[in-house]
Design a binder for this molecule. Structure first.
Ligand SMILES: C[S@@+](CC[C@H](N)C(=O)[O-])C[C@H]1O[C@@H](n2cnc3c(N)ncnc32)[C@H](O)[C@@H]1O
Length: 556
């Protein structure tokens, strides 16, 4: 048939529509991705499997160039591309964090000692051996740290000029100077440049007045603070940052609850609302407790430190790490606080979106020294490639990643203690005792409605709360899942249905409010997020109400 009016062509059209909907729009031509690819190539990563693309349901993600088979490695990112606490400690920030135990700061310590005596600089060619530096690049890093001290700590500090050849030399060896540089095309050997520049500094300033003391901050920063500080500082460096191609593809704003406007947070379901406020206080506290450390970094910057390390900047960095870092356990570093060091930023790999329906294996391979992701789920050519961030419900996804997954099998609606009690029959007895039994046996949290109806935990809690006075001694049996009486079964189902109806009404009311606010307030993204969450919850509640009606009919 040619005209396309029949059943077969309707099906064909639906299929075509579906496939064009799930097919992403290639974004690899965009300048930011071209730059990122170059940057990755310089770090020995080239990808023949995936390309950046934009998808209708999930936004920006990665698309397969060919079909992917179970067990196939979809990405293998070399260690040199990863941003970890090692990156931070090896950078110009290292001197402000390290306590002399790690390699480079230890080298710098030796530098520090000898600089005071001048003796070392008398024999420039001896410098490298005297300081036991193993390679020119290590030497340059030490010089980088030295520069930071000179520029930051000494009364005789000498500002670096932009065309200073030392800066080229640093940059050539991957040492980033916070003052930045413009390539001058110098052909001098980096180590010569370094040595002569150190001489120069010493000659120009009165070295005996120089105060080369480390300005290490106590207590030591946490691994998270180290990563966030580096992100903020590099972002501030703009064009001068060697991480620029990565920073350019990072989101400018996030939708984690800490970034939501208060009127939007208030539209979230109750238990999530509480966690959202807790997240805000946590990040505010993270900021206030880090301000001392930030001010210790002032010598590295010409602008006032508060303007660089503002609350907004730290919140952006916190969200970047929280929503994008991969899990990579690293040995504790003595110069950082003892919190687990488990986050690594993995450029490009972090463009992979989440799906609860796929299975992947992801880990750092000690042999290949690459962070590898292997898929256990096939993926068609030109389809979005997903990984699974974990079996998270929508509250957790929103809290930690700032999005909601549609038709998420792990999604549920939480029932709090207050709501449980509110809908119990007014004749219910021994309520305080029953509640404390539930609390003692960990049956007061995680009571939910899901796609299949009320959870076993919710029904068990309700059955215990609905026990008649003469049944009360059977409470242990209830917790073990035994049926006590038809009355008890029926009453608890009735209460579950009432709670479910209450939630359905409440959700409808919030959805109406969101729709009104969408007309009035310029918070479209944030309101759409709440709308998606509430719409998913409505679907769950309607499915639960149906399941409950079926169960109730067994007792009528
Ligand atoms: C690791 S990044 C993935 C790449 C990201 N989409 C991007 O454009 O940079 C994680 C973030 O992607 C978004 N995301 C991941 N999976 C998603 C999904 N299934 N639907 C919508 N957004 C998703 C969320 O904003 C999340 O915080």
């Amino acid at each position: 048939m040619k005209n396309g009016g029949g059943r077969t062509s309707r099906i064909r059209r639906r299929k075509l529509f579906r496939s064009s909907e799930s097919r992403g729009v290639n974004e690899s031509y965009k300048p930011e991705f071209i730059e990122l690819k170059k940057w990755l190539k310089d770090r020995r990563f080239e990808d023949a499997t995936l390309i950046p693309a934009r998808f209708p349901g999930t936004g920006r993600g990665l698309m397969s160039k060919t079909s992917l088979q179970e067990g196939q490695t979809i990405i293998s990112l070399p260690e040199s591309c990863l941003l970890t606490t090692d990156t931070v400690i090896r950078s110009y920030l290292g001197a402000y964090i390290a306590n002399g135990t790690s390699e480079i700061p230890a080298t710098a310590l030796k530098l520090e000692k000898r600089v005071g005596s001048k003796e070392v600089f008398a024999e420039s060619n001896l410098l490298q051996t005297k300081l036991e530096l193993r390679s020119p690049s290590q030497f340059l890093r030490a010089c980088g740290l030295f520069m930071a001290f000179v520029l930051g700590c000494g009364p005789g500090r000498r500002p670096l000029r932009k065309e200073d050849p030392l800066l080229d030399a640093f940059s050539e060896h991957g040492v980033y100077s916070p003052l930045g540089h413009s390539p001058s095309g110098s052909r001098t050997k980096p180590s010569d440049v370094c040595i002569s520049c150190l001489f120069h500094i010493l000659n120009e300033s009165n070295s005996s007045n120089l105060d080369f003391h480390f300005k290490r901050w106590q207590p030591p920063p946490s691994p998270l603070l180290a990563l966030c500080t580096f992100l903020v500082s590099e972002k501030h460096a703009g064009d001068r940052s060697p991480w620029k191609p990565y920073l350019e593809v990072l989101p400018k704003a996030y939708t984690c609850p800490v970034c939501l406007e208060p009127e939007v947070v208030n539209l979230l379901p109750n238990p999530l609302k509480t966690k959202a406020w807790e997240q805000r206080s946590h990040v505010q506290e993270f900021f206030s407790s880090s301000r001392g450390f930030f001010s210790s970094l002032q010598p590295l910057f010409s602008e006032a430190i508060e303007t660089i390390f503002s609350y907004r900047a730290l919140r952006w960095a916190w969200c970047t790490v929280n929503t994008r870092a991969v899990y990579m356990k690293r040995p504790p570093q003595l110069c950082l606080s003892p919190e687990p060091d488990t986050c690594a930023l993995a450029p490009y790999l972090d463009l992979l979106n989440h799906s609860p329906d796929v299975q992947v294996k992801a880990a750092f391979n000690e042999e290949t020294r690459c962070y590898e992701i292997r898929t256990a789920t096939r993926c068609g050519k030109h389809k979005e490639v997903f990984i699974c961030y974990g079996p998270h419900d929508n509250h957790r996804l929103l809290l930690e990643y700032g999005f909601v997954s549609v038709s998420n099998p792990h999604a549920c609606v939480y029932v709090s203690k207050d709501i449980l009690v509110k809908y119990l029959p007014s004749t219910a007895k021994q309520m305080n005792k029953k509640i404390s039994i539930l609390e003692d046996h960990d049956f007061i949290e995680n009571l939910t409605f899901g796609w299949d109806g009320p959870s076993w935990r919710l029904l068990t809690a309700l059955k215990l709360l609905c026990l008649e006075a003469e049944e009360f001694m059977c409470w242990k049996k209830v917790l073990l899942g035994e049926i006590i009486s038809d009355t008890n079964e029926k009453t608890s189902l009735d209460v579950a249905q009432k709670i479910c109806c209450y939630f359905i009404e409440e959700t409808h009311a919030v959805l109406r409010k969101v729709s009104r606010m969408k007309d009035e307030v310029a918070l479209m993204n944030q309101l759409t997020l709440v709308e998606t969450l509430r719409t998913e919850e409505l679907k769950i509640l309607q499915a639960s109400a149906k399941a409950l009606t079926a169960l109730q009919t067994a007792f009528t």
